[in-house]
Design a protein around this ligand. Structure first.
Ligand code: SAH
Ligand code: SF4
Ligand code: F3S
Length: 445
């Protein structure tokens, strides 16, 4: 049955969900490119399509099946479809049963075997691989050769925290940290390939632990300090962190590592202690606020971000009001908020007092209004600030460029005179105008 393609086959990887999936998607693309496939042009039909899926909420899962359906061509044929990511891990067998056009199912810890799976699928087999091998996939991935000015680097994977609503510990497996030496090599390759900013990724990135070149045990702060020593790497960020893993060392790094950007994404989920307990978050509102105070003490201008879930089972109006009050107290520069989504197999799914959808809708709207208000206020307070903007791409208008401030705000850069820059440059700008989602900056001489 194997076809012998005459022109190089094309591929497309479509990633959903978190930034770790984006990283994995890039790596799968690199694996396919090594096999001689070339990336499909924007909008063009691809011969091989990888849907790199997210299982976090019910809606994310529904999308997978509608996407598979949408890949059917007018003549009834389909590309070679692989389903990867967290839905593949959780529902691999179901996908194979429900969607005959899917030829490969590959979990997040097995995708280094994609080339081999493709060979078998080309021969007519339908292949599933959702193993979580002990020796990690990272050793089997190709060296990094291309990078834009900003790059992701997965340093930690998996989660041992088992929040009662969350599927991640089941889809990604137990917490593992990649070795320090490997990370320095990959970071160096990214920088050589053009990265100016690296965002360290992990489901609990600040749980990263390793041994440095001198054989000393070190946490994420040690890794950040070693990366900061790379001359051509200008900016370091990390996400997502857990409040309980904000060590003294990591907090201190925010005070004295200049390349560590003044931004902290620290999800809290709820501002009510009884709900946090039911979520098994293992922190309280008070302990969370204490962490923020300590970070602010060493880095007063830090921009804070968080994740919130509204409508967790049993959430009363008073619990929700406590969340709004926490938001008022913190003053987030940005935040992500979600309606609770019941995930089969998680402890919360069988809890009493599920919240009606219309109540969740209403709470989400109120929460988002509060967050939007604070985000706008944070942007407005930036007007007049002079800061460095990392130029990421051209804007829509001629002569316009887009980049990010140290506080992760999107900045439209206006040029008054002859200066020109390239993607990857640092532009020093004065922020002159603020909108709800972005700022405008004018180059200062
Ligand atoms: N490890 C990170 C993020 C995990 S997933 C952390 O602990 O913060 C990203 C976000 O998705 C979570 O922070 C949470 O806000 C949201 N989320 C996870 N499971 C969810 C569910 N069942 N329903 C709604 N939102 C959920
Ligand atoms: Fe999910 Fe909680 Fe782990 Fe975050 S810490 S990935 S929310 S179980
Ligand atoms: Fe989604 Fe898996 Fe990330 S469930 S949020 S893609 S870890």
């Amino acid at each position: 049955m194997a076809e012998t393609p005459t022109t190089p086959r094309t591929y497309r990887v479509k990633s959903f969900g978190c930034q770790m999936n984006v990283y994995d998607g890039e790596r799968m693309g690199e694996l396919l490119a090594e096999q001689g496939l070339s990336p499909a042009a924007d909008g063009a039909d691809a011969d091989v399509v990888v849907l790199n899926t997210c299982h976090i909420r019910e809606k994310a899962v529904d999308r997978v099946y509608s996407d598979i359906g949408r890949l059917r061509r007018d003549d009834g044929t389909t590309p070679m479809i692989a389903v990867a990511g967290c839905v593949a891990q959780a529902e691999g067998e179901e996908i194979m049963a429900r969607a005959p056009s899917v030829k490969m199912v590959v979990g997040p810890q097995a995708y280094h075997r994609l080339p081999d799976m493709l060979t078998r699928a080309d021969a007519g087999e339908r292949v599933t691989d959702t193993d979580m091998p002990a020796n990690t996939k990272f050793d089997a991935l190709p060296a990094r050769r291309r990078s834009g000015p900003t790059a992701f680097l997965t340093v930690q994977e998996g989660c041992d925290k088992f929040c009662t609503y969350c599927v991640v510990p089941y889809t990604r497996g137990a917490e593992i940290s990649r070795p320090h030496a490997d990370l320095l090599v990959e970071a160096r390759r990214l920088v050589e390939a053009g990265a100016k900013e690296i965002t360290l990724l992990g489901q609990n990135v600040n749980a990263w632990a390793g041994e440095n070149a001198k054989g000393q045990a070190t946490g994420l702060d040690g890794l950040i300090r070693d990366l900061a020593a790379m001359p051509d790497l200008l900016r370091i960020r990390y996400t997502t962190s857990h409040p309980n893993d904000m060590t003294d060392g990591l907090i201190a790094a925010h005070g004295d590592v200049e390349k560590l950007m003044p931004f902290l994404h620290l999800p809290v989920q709820s501002g009510s202690d009884p709900i946090l307990r039911a979520m098994n978050r293992s922190h309280t509102v008070e302990s969370y606020l204490r962490v923020l105070d300590r970070v602010r003490a060493v880095r007063p201008d830090i921009a804070l971000s968080g994740d919130f879930i509204v409508g967790f089972p049993g959430e009363s109006e008073a619990d929700f009001a406590a969340t709004l009050s926490l938001i008022d107290t913190v003053g987030y520069a940005q935040a992500f908020s979600f309606k609770y989504s019941s995930r089969p197999g998680t402890p919360a799914a069988t809890m009493a007092d599920h919240i009606a959808p219309e109540v969740m809708d209403e709470r989400l709207q109120r929460l988002q209004a509060a967050v939007n208000r604070d985000q706008y206020a944070f942007n407005q307070a930036s007007v007049g600030r002079v800061c460095d903007v990392l130029v990421e791409r051209r804007g829509k208008l001629p002569g316009q460029w887009l980049g990010k401030s140290p506080w992760l705000q999107s900045v439209h850069i206006i040029k008054d005179s002859g200066e020109d820059f390239a993607v990857g440059d640092i532009a020093t700008v004065e922020m002159v105008q603020a909108g709800p989602n972005s700022l405008t900056g004018r180059i200062v001489a």
